[in-house]
Design a protein around this ligand. Sequence first.
Ligand code: ATP
Ligand code: MG
Length: 456
Amino acid sequence: MQESDNDITRTSSATTPLIVPRPEHGISRANISANALKVLYRLKQENYQAHLVGGGVRDLLLGHEPKDFDVATDATPEQVRQVFRNCRLIGRRFRLAHVHFGREIIEVATFRGNGAGTEDASERCVENGMIVRDNAYGTIAEDALRRDFTINALYYNIQDFSLIDYADGLADLRAGRLRLIGDPEQRYHEDPVRMLRAVRFACKLGFSIEEATERPLFELGHLLDGVPAARLFDELIKLFHAGYGLDVFEKLRHYGLFALLFPDTEAALASEEHDFPVTLVNRGLANTDTRIQAGKPVTPAFLFAILLWEPVRSRIERMVAEGMPINEAVLLASAEVCARQQSRVAIPKRFSLPMREIWALQPRFEQREGKRPFRLLTHPRFRAAYDFLLLRAEAGEVDRTLAEWWTRFQDASGQERAGMVEGGARRRRPRRRRRRKPGAAKGGTEPGAGSAKGAQ
Ligand code: ATP
Ligand code: MG
């Protein structure tokens, strides 16, 4: 924060916002994406109001690099589309214009109002306190108060490069405080995802959550039941794939929100089987954070494999104890946990299928005889499954020597590998001769080939 300290005494209100002129705040155009500036200037040229708003302004003031840039304007989405050729309108619940510049998208939102007394009223639809449609347009002052947190409601005006604060956001930003605008309970009822956003920003910025904003987090988690499962998936990726997932996990559990998103995982964690603390989730999330911080790629398939493993594992244990073969138990347990989870958080198939493969491959790491380890090595999901095995070993779930064997096996030369398999095959039972069924064709398939192929 670089504004002069005498601003602290000034406060803002909906009618008289605090306006910080250009020389008194630290936002420099040099730190704003060239494409966001293009959008702002172009709207201004067409005589529309244009402001940078939300995370971009907040993060610039804090000296962080913004993830993306959001623009607010009095132009309607259709008018925005007429200004930019590279523009697409998206969203039904909240209609927005996306202006595309290669891979960068600048999100342009029209000022929202409450729509009361205007013909726009039907554009704002509230059901049981929840906003299901929010497309009634309004003034910048109305728009500011409809945003979630005070620190997210700061506007950088391209007209004169001033900063506009309707909600005392600057004071909160300075104090490291996260505060909802308006009555917190009502704001969470309107959109329960704001509870998850509170946790996200508290972790991301290291801010404290102001008391009235925090209290309902312990009480209103059940409202998440009313949020579409697909939206929760998107929100969870933002929560867990930003480099502070372990902190998010702990905070979500603290508020009882994790139990509502992952009830089966919470139950498994709570029971901490055999008094043995369950640590795979923590370790997995910490590893994911380290990867993200190092700029390495991560996938939701692995993330959800971590988050849902505990209930899968406890089911497998039970099924195997009841006499079910391990491979069958893994498949059945995975199917059961996935089916129950999908009603809460919709994991798209392109992630849930590889997630299940990561689990399904786990028992195959135990099989180190003959051609099996070579086949496993060529499996497209080998690397992710191996990383998962390492996690299980770290958590004390499987023998460390097994994980080490696979680490060596991957790096070994062809000859060394052959030696390792012989070594690892000591426990191999002598292969029983298959009696050919009378009348069966000669040269049947080699044992195991079918299963390897089936798994790919
Ligand atoms: P980041 O992009 O760093 O995740 P952000 O604050 O920019 O954080 P976005 O989801 O990009 O978050 O939203 C942009 C802005 O839109 C927010 O800063 C906030 O002003 C407003 N906003 C987003 N979601 C909501 C919501 N559910 N309720 C009210 N306002 C919201
Ligand atoms: Mg943003």
